[in-house]
Design a protein around this ligand. Structure first.
Ligand code: PRE
Length: 365
């Protein structure tokens, strides 16, 4: 045996032995999670039991990232534990997650990044149908896009919160990489049209203008739908992401063609219950104020006075016409924190309406 072979065989024996230990430990962890499920069910007989605990998951993943000894990067270690916890949760209760479909969208990628791959992800044709699916109890949670770093807010999602009783239970950010893709069947054909979603075209405008200037751009309902069409039509290409490329067996002609390399979309997890504090949280509210001078100042001043940072404020037109302004506000911390309670009580006194959309862990992954 050569030196290389001997050393490799030694190292592989060590890997086999470590794998066995890892397997035993993961199994012991899974048995523990099963026991957690029994405790939860025994404590809430005949009631809705919330097996998924976003605040606990965020704490576990944060600790893993902090304590990761290397050589694997902390992000990678957290991703592995994300999948272990996802499998443990599926043992407790298989989770149905509704997302803005079809299959292969960035929203599906966000859902799997947040929940791991042991959930049952269910595509919905529109954002309001994701809300309805969760409201009716057909899905445990939903995932919807809320803002893109290049394109701004997804107003449809913000507006849904005006009428929906659902709570925000989490957030997840996804780096959005767009690729120009064709079906391998039609690879030699000249491309005469490119399909994509309107936002994806907007995010790749400069690249398209300099690399595919004369080619017709056809807007479709999602970039997964774009890939599906291009997979069937000779002379067509699509701009879409990795999941869609994989789903439809497409070849990439050019990858990462987005104009801004930091192009990121933020998604919200929506559910039926409130989330306890995890230690690093964010909260969202909707407020309508009377149309009078100083209304916005009156709304923001208590946050400033109590030292609570606002991370976002958006104005939306009132749907009914009875609200003069509707402000969508994100701030740091949990709504049950003493200072936040004080600020919200003050706002409640002044506002036409204050709607608490939820407190949730700041995205870890
Ligand atoms: O701690 C719990 O409540 C659990 O159910 C265990 C566990 C885990 O595997 O660590 C699983 C699912 C929950 O979402 C959070 C954590």
């Amino acid at each position: 045996m050569t030196d290389e072979k001997a050393r490799l065989s030694e190292l592989r024996e060590e890997i086999d032995s470590l794998d066995q230990q890892i397997m035993k430990l993961i199994s012991a962890r899974a048995a523990c999670a099963q026991e957690v499920a029994h405790v939860k069910m025994a404590a809430n007989p005949g009631q809705d039991v919330f097996f998924y605990r976003p605040e606990r998951e965020a704490q576990v993943l944060r600790r893993i990232k902090e304590e990761n000894p290397g050589p694997l990067p902390a992000e990678e270690m957290a991703r592995l534990f994300r999948e272990i916890m996802s499998a443990c949760l599926a043992l407790e209760k298989p989770m149905h997650i509704a997302f803005l479909g079809p299959l292969g969208t960035f929203t599906q990628a966000a859902a799997l990044k947040h929940f791991g791959h042991s959930v049952i992800s269910v595509p919905m044709p529109a954002i309001d149908e994701v809300f309805r699916e969760v409201e009716s109890g057909s899905a445990h949670y939903g995932v919807v896009p809320v803002e893109n770093s290049t394109e701004g807010m997804v107003n449809h999602t913000l507006d849904m919160f005006m009428s929906s009783p659902l709570k925000i239970c989490g957030e997840v950010q996804l780096r959005i990489h767009h690729h120009l893709m064709v079906s391998p069947k039609f690879k030699d054909q000249q491309i005469t049209r490119i399909y994509s979603h309107q936002q994806s075209f907007a995010q790749c405008r400069q690249w398209l203008d300099s690399h595919r200037a004369g080619v017709e751009r056809i807007t479709v309902s999602s970039n997964a739908e774009a890939a599906r069409r291009a997979a069937e039509e000779p002379g067509s290409a699509a701009i879409a992401g990795d999941m869609a490329a994989e789903l439809y067996g497409m070849d990439l002609l050019a990858s990462r063609i987005e104009d801004r390399p930091d192009n990121t979309t933020r998604f919200l997890i929506i559910g039926r219950e409130e989330v306890e504090a995890s230690g690093q949280d964010k909260s969202s509210i909707l407020v309508s104020m009377r149309n009078k001078p100083g209304a916005l100042y009156q709304l923001l001043e208590p946050f400033h006075r109590e030292g609570i940072s606002l991370t976002r404020i958006e104005t939306r037109p009132s749907p009914s016409g009875t609200w003069a302004y509707v402000f969508y506000i994100d701030f740091e911390g949990h709504m049950e924190d003493a200072l936040a309670r004080k600020v919200l009580a003050e706002i409640d006194d002044e506002a036409v309406e204050l709607k608490r959309l939820g407190s949730y862990p700041i995205g870890v992954l």
